[in-house]
Design a protein around this ligand. Structure first.
Ligand code: PLP
Length: 426
């Protein structure tokens, strides 16, 4: 028995499923989750002393690699002054100013402690601002686990929301409308049906929770237009894409201006941070200026702000995001070539520092339906073969992969070589 297996058995007696967030349990791939003891640069180390090239990056935050010396230093310096005050600090102003500088659509920003809080609060704000109850989201997009957002379409595309977790009253979920990602016709049809009842559209501008699916040309532009025509708020959930796809997020990459933006992951540099911001006119509906309530004991926590601010400063280096995208492309091209040579049907997608690969005959994957039709059994086998080769991919076929500034050319080449030998055994 490995140490990880032993720890997992023990964890299950006191933690539901042995984990504090479900995907970590390896349910999507089978087997035992690795218990991590440390991480450095592009590598993680498990309790059995195995070293892995890591493409999970704590599910996105570690864009500068693990344990970055300058972020660590910023945290250590902040710790000297106490862990939390529950009162304003200058670092919060610096953080807000930095976010505004990097994401110009954000005129005012409120810090929270997770991506879930960011999206939940943005939805409440959009509802309060418009005086409307309904929201529109896309099948396969994940926006955290707030009640309104844990809903996907039932059978048929233009369906009323059905909760996909027990514990969410149907009466509540019915306000969440769900249509297909990358399908503007469905969006227009549902707006035709509900006219001016829809408070907002919330979208992952590059979907990263059904593998990696970039928007097709015209999709995000179309959402902007529909929202303009109907007085609805356009919310970009950039919890994953923010500061990753480009320094200014997917909105910069695709040149679309949302009304509100949700941030998380990278913005905390590895600490628990989220944020939502946007047009001043909308943001001023938030308490204490406006009537929409939103609060948090640890919001703007000084240690978290120090880590996040340092991360954003380091990310502002000229050319950094082009280099990240070059790594995503090199990985995708390398996987594709190796798969072609091995006669394995594969398709890849990438945008900036995120990538995905699908075991499918299709030439491109643009929708949730296509993503779910891929060969999931083949992915499971591939995942475990890669693990044996020392490469740690997300333990699910429905997650994007992440590169960091610390992945070297050699790491990428080693990963492609690992994929080659894995494909040969599939
Ligand atoms: N939005 C997106 C696009 C995400 O990918 C996630 C988490 O993976 C969330 C929101 C929720 O963020 P958190 O897990 O920090 O609550």
């Amino acid at each position: 028995m490995t140490i990880s297996q032993d720890l997992f058995t023990r964890a299950q007696t006191s933690i539901p499923g042995g984990v504090n967030s479900p995907v970590r349990a390896f349910n999507g791939v089978g087997g035992t989750p690795l218990f991590i003891t440390k991480a450095e640069g592009p590598y993680t180390f498990d309790a059995d002393n195995n070293k892995y090239i890591d493409y999970v990056g704590s599910w996105g935050p570690m864009i500068l690699g693990h344990n970055h010396p300058q972020i660590k230093q910023a945290v250590l310096e902040a710790v000297e002054n106490g862990l939390s005050y529950g009162a304003p600090t200058e670092t919060e102003i610096l953080m807000a100013e930095k976010v505004k500088e990097l994401v110009p659509s954000i005129e005012k920003v409120r810090m929270v402690s997770s991506g879930t809080e960011a999206t939940m609060s943005a939805i409440r704000l959009a509802r309060g601002y418009t005086g409307r109850d309904k929201i529109l989201k896309f099948e396969g997009c994940y926006h955290g686990h707030a009640d309104s957002l844990l809903v996907k379409a039932g059978s048929g595309a233009l369906t009323m929301g059905v909760p996909n977790s027990p514990g969410i009253p149907a009466d509540f979920a019915k306000h969440t409308l769900t249509v297909s990602f990358n399908n503007l016709d469905e969006v227009k049809a549902i707006f035709e049906q509900y006219k001016d009842e829809i408070a907002c559209i919330i979208v992952e501008p590059v979907a990263g929770n059904m593998n990696c699916i970039p928007p097709v040309p015209g999709f995000l532009e179309g959402l902007r237009e529909v929202c303009n025509n109907h007085g609805s708020v356009l919310i970009f959930d950039e919890v994953m894409t923010g500061f990753r796809v480009a320094l200014g997020g997917a909105q910069q990459y695709y040149n679309i201006t949302p009304d509100l933006t949700c941030l998380g992951k990278v913005i905390g540099g590895g600490m628990p941070v989220g944020a939502f911001g946007g047009k001043q006119e909308i943001m001023d509906y938030i308490a204490p200026v406006g009537p929409v309530y939103q609060a948090g004991t640890l919001s703007g926590n000084p240690i978290a702000m120090a880590a996040g601010l340092k991360a954003l400063e380091l990310l502002s280096e000229e050319g950094l995001h082009q280099q990240l995208e070059a790594k995503s492309k090199a990985l995708c091209d390398g996987f594709q070539q190796a798969a072609d040579e091995a006669g394995i049907a594969l398709t890849t997608n990438y945008a900036g520092g995120m990538f995905g690969f699908f075991f499918t005959d299709a030439n491109s994957v643009n929708s949730f339906a296509q993503a779910t039709e891929c060969d999931l059994e083949r992915f499971k086998r591939f995942f475990h073969l890669m693990l044996e080769e020392g490469v740690y991919l997300a333990p699910s076929a429905f997650e994007a992969g992440f590169v960091s500034t610390m992945h070297t050319q050699q790491d990428i080449e080693n990963t492609i070589a690992a994929a080659k030998s894995a494909f040969a055994k599939l």
